[in-house]
Design a protein around this ligand. Sequence first.
Ligand SMILES: Nc1ncnc2c1ncn2[C@@H]1O[C@H](COP(=O)(O)OP(=O)(O)OP(=O)(O)O)[C@@H](O)[C@H]1O
Ligand SMILES: [Mg+2]
Length: 269
Amino acid sequence: MSVKIDIRNVRKEFRIRDTREPFTALAGTDLDVREGEFLTLVGPSGCGKSTLLDLIGGLTEPSGGEILIDGMPVSGPGLDRGVVFQQYALFPWRTARANVEFGLEAKGVPRAERAERARHHLDLVGLGGFEERYPHELSGGMRQRVAIARSLAFDPDVLLMDEPFAALDAQPRESLQEELLRIWEKTGKTVVFITHGIDEAVYLGQRVAVMTSRPGRIKEIVEVDFDTREGDLRAAPAFGEYRHHVWTLLRDEVAAAREQERKVAVGHG
Ligand SMILES: Nc1ncnc2c1ncn2[C@@H]1O[C@H](COP(=O)(O)OP(=O)(O)OP(=O)(O)O)[C@@H](O)[C@H]1O
Ligand SMILES: [Mg+2]
């Protein structure tokens, strides 16, 4: 399988006001994301997950190392990559349809085709019939679906998702997880999906990349391979084993992250 995103020895430092030492969020981060795979990324809070996603999205530049997509260095944001942020980034003054059309306008897609593509993608995320609703007329889960439809409508090769379902209750979260898997299977996109949920990571990911505490590196990649996706996967014994393995990897990193935060708080970080 070919490599879609090649992250090589990436480093990211931030300058913080009034301090001489740069703050290192990522150091020595290596990761290959395969073409068409669904990769989930977990790690302790503050380890650099969102920082890594921003770098892949081209929203910021690495301080060292490089990120290649299809063998070409990332030099900024592009329509080949769609980003779904944790908070619903919808325009409140636009209807669901007009929100989805937004990126298509920027791309110069003609009006009739825009409307058609918006309808199609809202249908795909189960929002057929809600096209003319404004964000405040939709539930939180529905708004997040609009954001997902918007990023899909650009038809990016790569979907970068930063804890997109974190704010949802279990029930709508599970139905969105299923829809996302269905869309992924149908479209063959490469997905990088950050989550705090171990269950979510194991349920969605073909591989789960576990990061260390800051500066975040990839600690281990767990290949998740179920015989079948039929039935209640979460109840399968193999699911429990994967879950436990990821949990064990994370446990030590979370402890290390707590200790680090304590040091930063007293000024020795
Ligand atoms: N623009 C910035 N300036 C300074 N420090 C930053 C900036 N962005 C992130 N950081 C720091 O870099 C580290 C990594 O942040 P990041 O947001 O990538 O973590 P994360 O793994 O996504 O955490 P969480 O799981 O809580 O979302 C944190 O310590 C954060 O304080
Ligand atoms: Mg984050």
